[in-house]
Design a protein around this ligand. Structure first.
Ligand code: ADP
Length: 265
C-alpha cells in the first residue's frame, strides 16, 4: 500500500483538512515480479544451450576435431542445442507478440478432420521412432470458425506433448464430436501423467513439471501457454484431466458460431 497526503487549504489560508490517498500497488508489484521472473527464466533457458555450445566447440578446437567419432558426437550436440535455442526464441517472440498486441485471427471455416491429418503427417517420424500408435476417431465432419495456422499450432503442441510424455510403445487417441453449440476434441495419451497439484500451473509460461525431462526432449515450457492464448482468442476452452502413470487427456472446445463483432482478441 502506498500512502500520500496533502493539506487542503481554504481561500483565506485556513486549514480545511487533509487529503490522504491510499494507492493499492499489489497488482503493480505482482506485474513487476512477473517481469523479473520472466527475464530470469529466459536468461536461464538461453544460458544452458549457450554453455553447452561454447564448451563443445572449445573441445573441438582444442583437438577433438582429429577424432572423427568424438567430433561427430560433439557437433550433433551443438546442432541439437542451437535448434533448442531457435525454438525457444521463436516461441518467445510469438508469445510476446500475442501478449502485447493480442492475437489477430484470420477466421475462416476450418475442416478439423483435414487439419488434424495435416498435423499428424508432420509427426510421423517421431511417432515411428517411439513406436507410438496414434488413432483418430472423429464421429463426423467437424467444421469450426477459426484461424487455420493457429489451430494447427494448438494440435501440434498437444500431440507433440503427448508423444514427449508417453513412453515407447504407448498410445495416443484423438477423439472429436459435434456437441451442439460446441465442437470438442480430446487428445489423450497413456503416458506418465501429471500430479493433481501441478495441473493448474501447466499453462503458465515456463512451467514444467520435470525441467530435466522437458529440456532433454526439446521442450521450452511455452507450448501450453501459447495454446491457452490461442484457445481464448477463439473464445474456446481448454481443460485437462490426468493421472500419474496412467495418462493425460486435454480437451479443447470450440464455439461453432462466433459473434458478429468478433474480430480481434
Ligand atoms: P514443454 O515444452 O515443457 O512440453 P508445455 O508448456 O508444452 O512445455 O507443457 C508444460 C508442462 O506440462 C510440460 O513440461 C510437462 O511437464 C506437462 N505436460 C504437458 N503435456 C503433457 C502430457 N501429455 N503428459 C504429461 N505431462 C504433460
Amino acid at each position: 500500500l502506498e500512502v500520500s497526503g496533502a493539506p487542503i487549504i481554504g481561500t483565506n489560508d485556513e486549514w480545511k483538512g487533509i487529503l490522504v490517498v491510499f494507492h493499492d500497488i499489489t497488482e503493480l508489484k505482482h506485474l513487476e515480479q512477473m517481469r523479473k521472473d520472466f527475464v530470469a527464466n529466459v536468461s536461464h533457458e538461453l544460458k544452458t544451450p549457450i554453455t553447452s555450445i561454447k564448451g563443445f566447440s572449445e573441445t573441438l578446437l582444442d583437438g577433438a576435431l582429429n577424432d572423427p567419432e568424438a567430433a561427430k558426437m560433439f557437433l550433433d550436440i551443438i546442432w541439437k542445442e542451437s535448434g533448442r535455442m531457435e525454438t525457444l526464441v521463436a516461441d518467445l517472440l510469438d508469445l510476446s507478440k500475442i501478449e502485447q498486441k493480442g492475437l489477430v485471427l484470420n477466421i475462416k471455416p476450418v475442416l478439423l478432420n483435414k487439419l488434424l491429418n495435416e498435423v499428424i503427417v508432420t509427426l510421423e517420424t517421431r511417432l515411428e521412432s517411439k513406436q507410438i500408435d496414434l488413432s483418430v476417431q472423429l464421429k463426423e465432419e467437424l467444421i469450426i470458425p477459426g484461424d487455420e495456422y493457429r489451430l494447427k499450432q494448438v494440435f501440434l503442441n498437444l500431440i507433440t506433448n503427448a508423444i514427449l510424455y508417453t513412453p515407447q510403445g504407448g498410445n495416443i487417441k484423438i477423439e472429436g464430436c459435434d456437441a451442439g453449440e460446441t465442437v470438442n476434441v480430446t487428445v489423450s495419451d497413456n503416458g506418465i501423467g501429471i500430479e493433481k497439484a501441478e495441473l493448474p500451473r501447466i499453462f503458465e509460461r515456463f512451467y514444467r513439471v520435470d525441467k530435466a525431462r522437458s529440456r532433454e526432449s526439446g521442450g521450452t515450457g511455452l507450448g501450453l501457454a501459447i495454446v491457452k492464448h490461442i484457445m481464448e482468442a477463439h473464445h474456446g476452452k481448454i481443460s485437462v484431466e490426468s493421472e500419474v502413470n496412467k495418462g493425460t487427456a486435454f480437451t479443447v472446445s470450440f464455439q461453432k458460431k462466433l459473434s458478429n463483432n468478433f474480430t480481434k482478441y
